[in-house]
Structure formats: C-alpha cells, structure tokens
Design a protein around this ligand. Structure first.
Ligand code: DX5
Ligand code: ZN
Length: 217
C-alpha cells in the first residue's frame, strides 16, 4: 500500500499547526516539508526553526525535502528536531556519498532527489546506501504545477535500480502534480510514497482525497 505525504507548502501558513493536525486526523502517513532557500530554487519557504516549532503539534513523521544549495549545512539543525527523512538534491552537492553517511550518522534516513533533467543513473554507485529516491515530477520551487509524464518511466527506473543493488528497504517517492488524474500512473509505476500538496490542501474533503490518492477500498 502506498503512503501519502501531504506537502505543507500548500497549507495556510497563518495556521500551520491546525492545518497539520487536520491532515493527520484525515489519515496522512507523513508530512512533506519543502525547505527552499531562494538560491537552489527561485522561492523561499521556511527553515529549521519553523519545523522545530511544529514538531510538538503532530506525531506524523517529518519528510524534509531540502531544495537548497549547501545541503551539508542543514544536517545538524534538522537532526536535533527529530525528522525521519532528510532528502537533498543530487544537483546541489558534489559529495553525495559523504553527505549520505553524515545524515545517517545523525540518526536520520537519507534521501536523494532528482530534478526532471537528472537521470536515475547518477545514483548507481550510491543506491545501496540510500533510504529514499525522490523523483521530481515537476521542476522544484512551486506547488500546483502540472505533472511531467516522463516521471512515470523514471519511477520504474528508480525501483529497478534499488532492486538491482539489493536495497529492499529504500523507498521511491514522487513529488509534484500528483492528483486524482495522475495518481494511477504513479501508483502503477511502483512509487512507495506520494507527495501531494495542492490536491490535498485544496480539496473540499481532505480525508476523501487522501483515501482516493492512496487507493483505499
Ligand atoms: C515542489 C515541491 C512539492 C510541492 C508539490 O517544489 O517539492 O513538494 O509542494 O505540490 P503539488 O502537489 O501541488 O504539485
Ligand atoms: Zn517537495
């Protein structure tokens, strides 16, 4: 069964704690947290202090997606908060192997995210060390964009790579444009975790949307 990670980027920022409580009660599996620095992507969101403030308000595992340059600089501050996944972009560092080890030493799971133009092949030599491959199905920076169909093939390639290296525990997450129309292709491709921002937070009935995306019977 796939897991649903609503993206906080589409929540009402003036009442974050209440928004998160609501999606937790609606059955979300994780909370996807988009950290943007205004350099790696042309948008700026929130950093460790905001995430820290939310930790006490929910039991949901934090799935932190860092769209930042110098992701190495963020490991320590996020480790102390208590996050499940620390995911950085392959395009943001020359030292993926070293950063993965550092993240794990700090007690977090290590994820690597790929922009639409970055091939799965860049992960070949570190796939055995990873806890997550995050396939971007939009160009990172904003919520509410259209799903790039090519991502479906890429999810399959990411799953195949993990299987090839015998990494049974790692998951494939897909992020961007996941909604009622695109979800079936994404699920069929084998994704384990689906991020959904505008689809969940923009729904009249968030609980029904989470169930629909997960394919609950
Ligand atoms: C985009 C972010 C996504 C975004 C997804 O840069 O990484 O997590 O919130 O939003 P939707 O689901 O609306 O495409
Ligand atoms: Zn994201």
């Amino acid at each position: 069964m796939v897991k649903i990670a609503p993206s906080m980027l589409s929540a009402d920022f003036s009442k974050l704690a209440a928004e998160i409580k609501e999606i937790e009660e609606a059955g979300a599996d994780l909370l996807h947290i988009d950290v943007m620095d205004g350099h790696f992507v042309p948008n700026l969101t929130f950093g460790a202090p905001v995430v820290q403030a939310l930790r006490a308000h929910t039991a949901l595992p934090f799935d932190v997606h860092l769209m930042v340059t110098n992701p190495e600089d963020y490991v320590e501050s996020f480790a102390t908060i208590g996050v499940e996944y620390f995911t950085f972009h392959a395009e943001a560092t020359a030292h993926m192997h070293r950063l993965i080890q550092t993240i794990k030493e700090h007690g977090m799971k290590a994820g690597v995210s790929l922009n639409p133009s970055t091939p799965v092949a860049v992960l070949e030599d570190i796939a055995a060390d990873l806890d997550m491959i995050l396939v971007m199905s939009v160009n990172p920076g904003f919520g509410g964009q259209s799903f790039i169909p090519h991502a479906v093939r890429k999810i399959q390639k990411a799953k195949n790579l993990l299987e090839f290296v015998g990494n049974k525990d790692a998951v494939v997450e897909v992020d961007g444009g996941v909604n009622g129309k695109t979800v079936e292709a994404v699920r069929n491709a084998g994704a384990d975790i689906l991020v959904a921002g505008s689809a969940v937070f923009g729904a009249d009935d968030r609980k029904a949307m989470i169930h629909l995306l997960r394919g609950d019977k």
